[in-house]
Design a protein around this ligand. Structure first.
Ligand SMILES: [Zn+2]
Length: 448
């Protein structure tokens, strides 16, 4: 049975990108309520994340960008003399400056870093952060509703302990920010399936974008057209995953489970069912590698909540009833009140069998080259010891921090559940490693 950790901060669902913006952090609350009411929480270790520090975010992002992100307020964003900075850092209609932006991103990144640290400590088999997965953010720019790239931060954390990290992205959009961050290294393979063409955002991710320098052949892209269904998607996903596992031999996987690839998404044009989407995750899980699951896109709020609840259950090896239990957000699931959604048989699939075969062949040729090259092996010095960098917070009712956590969870869990059973442990910010240790040398075997 998998040991599954789940990071959730009840405040994350309260943030608001602004009226009419398709990104709704509220969806995290909906997922959490489903997880609670289905009883899935009994199989989870639930953690409230800390907020990531500037130093942690500067592992990837530029200091100038982080400083601005910390300072900027909605009022400042209206002042003409900030226009240049807002343009430089790409704060646009897609990425507005909203109230509480900085603590919001700190919480999201803190959750993904917490996932990576738990995996590094070998304290979990699967870690889940549905508030994360913000794959478009760049080193010094916001992009596509994403401000800080929590995935890149988490992968950098994993690289302290792992030689090779596999990143998988099943969002409707290309995982461009993650690919760009690691396109020149062979220690991270990125594999993204996404809509491509017709100038669709972000405009990158063709099959011939394969990475550069040492990272050549380590960026795998599957460009798709509208209407891809479960069958077509799996026809590509399964054999490519098989081959990646064979030739790249990752020791850990980060999977971005963006739910905008589902049928009926407000912004997406794919036709996956929730089972079809989840089957991708289950397929990867079968390889038995430690895994981090993050969210991402997903703009039909109810379907996104359904999908991530279903996938949390699958991560815990649970089959849950299709009938959604009574919960505070029941009105979102009318009229069918089911956890699953199907593909739409009326939707045209623009990906012909020939097109799919052609893409598959091209990807297999790229992976052939990976199979013919030497895999990077990093020797680590001073392996991080659990007792050095994990601080279990003492539960002290006088501490404001504890009270905040406790109140949040008591409000969020069903009344008949003992909160002590749910809140198993708390973590605090962990000291970051000196940068020099990131690619240091020592016997890797100690970790394998
Ligand atoms: Zn997306």
């Amino acid at each position: 049975m998998s040991r599954v950790c789940y990071f959730y901060d009840q405040n994350v669902g309260e943030f608001d990108y602004g009226f009419g913006h398709p990104m709704k952090p509220l969806r995290n609350k909906l997922v959490h309520h489903l997880i609670m009411e289905y009883g899935i929480y009994k199989r989870l270790n639930i953690y409230k994340p800390w907020r990531a520090t500037n130093e942690q975010m500067e592992m990837f992002h530029s200091k100038e960008y982080i400083d601005f992100l910390q300072r900027v307020t909605p009022e400042m964003a209206l002042q003409p003399h900030f226009k240049k900075s807002l343009e430089e850092f790409n704060f646009t209609d897609d990425c507005p400056v909203f109230e509480g932006l900085y603590p919001f991103v700190q919480t999201v990144v803190g959750s993904s870093l917490g996932c990576a640290m738990k995996i590094n400590e070998r304290a979990a088999d699967i870690c889940v952060n549905w508030s994360g997965g913000l794959h478009h953010a760049k080193k010094s720019q916001a992009s596509g509703f994403c401000y800080i790239n929590d995935i890149v931060c988490a992968i950098l954390e994993l690289l302290k302990v792992h030689s090779r990290v596999l990143y998988i992205d099943i969002d409707h959009h290309h995982g461009d920010g993650v690919e760009e961050a690691f396109k020149a290294t062979n220690r991270v393979m990125t594999f993204s399936l996404h809509k491509y063409g017709d100038n669709y955002f972000p405009g990158t991710g063709d099959v011939d974008e394969i990475g550069i320098d040492e990272g050549k052949n380590y960026s795998i892209n599957v460009p798709l057209k509208d209407g891809i269904n479960d069958e077509g998607y799996h026809r590509l996903f399964y054999p490519i995953i098989d081959r990646i596992m064979e030739v790249f031999q990752p020791s850990v996987v980060v999977m971005q489970c963006g739910a905008d690839s589902l049928n009926g998404d407000r912004l997406g044009f794919f036709n996956l069912s929730i089972q079809g989407h989840c089957d991708c995750m289950k397929y990867v899980k079968k390889f038995g590698l430690p895994m981090i699951l993050v969210g991402g896109g997903g703009y039909t709020v109810s379907n996104t909540a359904r999908c991530w609840c279903y996938e949390t259950a699958a991560a815990c090896d649970l089959n849950i009833p299709d009938q959604i239990p009574i919960n505070d957000y029941l009105e979102y699931y009318v009229p069918d009140m089911k956890i699953t959604i199907s593909t739409n048989p009326q939707m045209k699939n623009c990906n012909s069998r020939n097109y799919i075969e052609d893409i598959l062949n091209k990807v297999m040729i790229i992976l052939e080259d990976v199979g013919n090259s030497n895999l990077p092996i990093v020797q680590f010095t001073n392996p991080p010891r659990i007792d050095e960098h994990t601080i279990e917070m003492q539960i002290d009712e006088d501490q404001q921090d504890f009270n905040d956590v406790s109140n949040g969870f008591i409000r969020d869990i069903p009344l008949n559940i003992d909160s002590d059973e749910v809140i198993k442990m708390y973590t605090e910010p962990l000291p970051i490693y000196p940068k020099s240790k990131l690619f240091c040398t020592q016997n890797l075997k100690e970790f394998e």
